[in-house]
Write a protein that binds this ligand. Structure first.
Ligand code: CA
Length: 226
């Protein structure tokens, strides 16, 4: 977890930062909205702890900006105000949670962890995984371990179909029907050709192998015990 603390009081910000670091969380401090936006553009954070009372742009305004640019990034608002109206303003601006000063550090930590769990669930939904092979459903980025893999459109479609059906035997006919959207005569070897292209990119230089040939049937994508 990497937390961005947006707080104009240096003493408070430093206290928060070292508190989070004591619990093994990475933290960065922005003293105003401008530097907060600069940090957010440069680094990926897991959550933002945002003080409502900031100079220039207020925490509420900054929260709206964050919502627009990073719709899923969890924002926890901190404020000295405690009336219901102020809380509602915070939620209106798109805050995910709200904590009134003075607060217990442990409560802040617990809330951050809860936000992170929800965030992790929503972001993981879009990533298909088999062993260390990952396909991001949104960006279409494919990685094996840390290595980025470039695929053609057709290879990507084939991999996506394999990953959605991992652990299931797929016949050539079924693959050609779903990936090429054509009912080919089964005499064609287009599937074998493309499975070979794909293997060269996602399996050849890696272990374990993930695409397996099923004699007389077709193919299966799965992680097998070595
Ligand atoms: Ca402040």
């Amino acid at each position: 977890m990497k937390i961005l603390i947006v707080e104009d009081e240096l003493k408070v910000a430093t206290f928060l930062k070292s508190g989070l670091e004591d619990y093994g969380l990475a933290a960065a401090v922005a003293l105003d909205a401008t530097s907060a936006q600069r940090l957010l553009a440069a680094t990926e954070y897991t959550a933002v702890v945002l003080d409502v009372n900031l100079p220039e742009m207020s925490g509420l305004e900054l929260c709206r900006v964050i919502r627009q640019r990073f719709p899923k990034l969890p924002v926890l608002m901190l404020t000295a105000m405690s009336s219901t109206d102020d809380k509602l303003l915070g939620f209106d601006a798109g805050a995910d949670d709200y904590l009134v000063k003075p607060y217990e550090f442990n409560e802040l930590l617990a809330r951050l962890r809860a936000l992170h769990r929800r965030y992790a669930v929503t972001t993981e939904e879009n990533v298909l995984k088999v062993a260390d092979l990952e396909l991001n459903g949104q960006s279409k980025l494919v990685k094996r371990g840390d290595k980025r893999i470039d695929l053609t459109m057709r290879e990507l479609a084939l991999l996506e179909y394999f990953m959605h059906n991992q652990g299931r035997a797929l016949s050539r006919l079924e693959i050609v029907d779903k990936v090429w959207d054509l009912s080919f005569d089964t005499g064609t070897n287009v599937v074998d050709v493309y499975v070979n292209y794909l293997r060269k990119k996602i399996d050849k230089d890696f272990t374990p192998k993930l695409i397996h040939t099923l004699n007389g049937i077709g193919y299966i994508l799965e992680e097998r015990e070595a």
